[in-house]
Ligand binder design. Structure first.
Ligand SMILES: [Zn+2]
Length: 443
């Protein structure tokens, strides 16, 4: 059973992993298994439990099916498409272990200074090791596709990009990785600008942006520069904007204007957009209408969004708390909102366990998306919407990619209420991870 690596799985009544590769007919002929994997009794909606037949990396058939080459009994548990982590920073992940006591929870400026210090010690090997730890953990928690930002700036050059390109190749059969060239130190100045271009030429998929990192007077120019690069290389943009909910510092109106002027329809994604939550509703809805017209999409990173705050503490009106963007209003206007973990155990955010279920819980709580319909929408954000952003062939239907997870729960609410356990992760029709609780049942 080399497809499971070192894991040894015992035969049980409820979960049968066995290589019943063929049956011998009396005449000596052989019937090959119709499916590589069959997931028995998979709950795919509140009222539908069926078997899923997987062959050659695709979902081939749904219904009442015979055993496959390998058979897993989900016993009525929810089976979802794999989670898509639409925004994270694999190159910075797990830096916490090398930070000194009291080096987190600082101001943005102090965090940036510390990051520069830490980055000057980066090596490719080091980045690959830390990123691999994060990816393995994501896989065990049901993530089958990732869009990661990668720092591209004069401090680290293209070292993190090169490391992540190797990691992407190493994991290409296990998880899809898309890379966004992220100007952590800005794009004003020839060197910084050229580095982003080089990153795209070397294989980054998307042009990133972070206007906040520039002086106020240069934030518009930052947008101009990254739009030029995106147009030159025919790439999409993924711009981190409005990481605080202070509407006085919002760059969203400027970004909408720029997207409209450049006519970059369906090519601009906004990550965060938190200030939208504190614009007066009428004004916010006007911006959202424009975003919908331009085909802009939005990524929310709930846990990180809640703690990011850049407002002066002396400002009583803007107490140092944050919020999440207007998710329900964005969804109501048809804007695709997807979900990411953002930073994982690093200088900016010392927490995170790579769990999209944890992010779903935070999202639903912070935005009060507690109705049945809203919970459905939230799960779509963590799966389908992210897949659309990355151009994946997603859905639980015949012909779609076999990127599936077996959850530990019999309802969507209980996926949120139970431990953040994913029992099995399947990518491209191959089992990538299986939870030990599935191996212990012996009856
Ligand atoms: Zn981020």
């Amino acid at each position: 059973m080399d497809w499971l690596g070192k894991v040894h799985i015992r035969r049980t009544k409820t979960i049968r992993f066995f290589e019943s590769s063929s049956a011998i007919l009396p005449c000596g002929g052989v019937i090959l298994n119709e499916f590589d994997i069959v997931i028995k009794n998979a709950k795919i909606s509140e009222n539908t439990i069926l078997d899923i037949g997987i062959k050659n990396g695709k979902i081939q058939k749904l219904g009442k099916l015979d055993d496959g080459l390998n058979t897993i009994n989900a016993e009525g548990r929810f089976v979802l498409n794999g989670f898509v982590n639409s925004h994270c920073h694999l190159d910075k992940s797990n830096l916490l272990d090398r930070m000194g006591e009291g080096q987190f929870g600082k101001s943005l400026e102090e965090n940036r200074r510390l990051l520069k210090e830490v980055k000057s010690t980066y090596s490719k090997k080091d980045i690959e090791n830390r990123a691999s730890i994060a990816i393995e953990k994501m896989l065990s928690k049901g993530v089958t596709a990732i869009r990661t930002q990668v720092d591209v700036d004069p401090t680290c050059g293209l070292v993190p990009l090169e490391a992540l390109l190797e990691i992407k190749k190493k994991y290409e059969d296990r998880v899809l990785i898309e890379i966004s060239a992220f100007p952590q130190e800005g794009v004003i100045g020839d060197e910084k600008n050229e580095l982003i271009e080089k990153a795209i030429e070397k294989g980054a998929n998307v042009v990133g942006g972070l206007p906040l990192v520039e002086d106020k007077s240069n934030q518009k120019k930052h947008l101009n520069n990254i739009f030029e690069i995106a147009k030159k290389y025919g790439k999409s943009l993924d711009i981190q904007i409005d990481e605080s909910n202070d509407p006085r510092t919002s760059m969203l109106p400027e970004l909408i204007k720029k997207t409209s002027e450049e006519k970059l329809f369906n090519r601009v994604n906004v990550t965060h957009a938190i200030a939208l939550s504190r614009f007066p509703t009428k004004m916010a809805l006007g911006y959202i209408d424009e975003m919908a017209r331009l085909g802009m999409s939005v990524i929310v990173t709930p846990s990180a969004n809640m703690i990011t705050r850049f407002v002066e503490e002396s400002d009583v009106w803007m107490r140092p708390s944050n919020s999440i963007t207007r998710v329900t209003e964005l969804c109501d206007k048809g804007i695709k909102v997807s979900l990411g973990t953002d930073n994982i155990r690093d200088v900016f955010y010392p927490f995170g366990n790579c769990s999209m279920i944890r992010e779903l819980h935070m999202l639903i709580s912070a935005t009060r998306m507690t109705s049945k319909d809203h919970i459905e929408k939230a799960f779509e954000m963590a799966t389908k919407n992210g897949a659309e952003l990355l151009g994946l062939n997603y859905g639980i239907e015949s012909g779609k990619d076999a990127d599936l997870i077996i959850t530990n729960s019999f309802s969507k609410i209980d996926i949120l209420n139970n431990d953040e356990i994913v029992l099995c992760t399947i990518k491209n029709g191959v089992i990538q991870c299986i939870h030990e609780s599935m191996l212990r049942r012996d009856n």
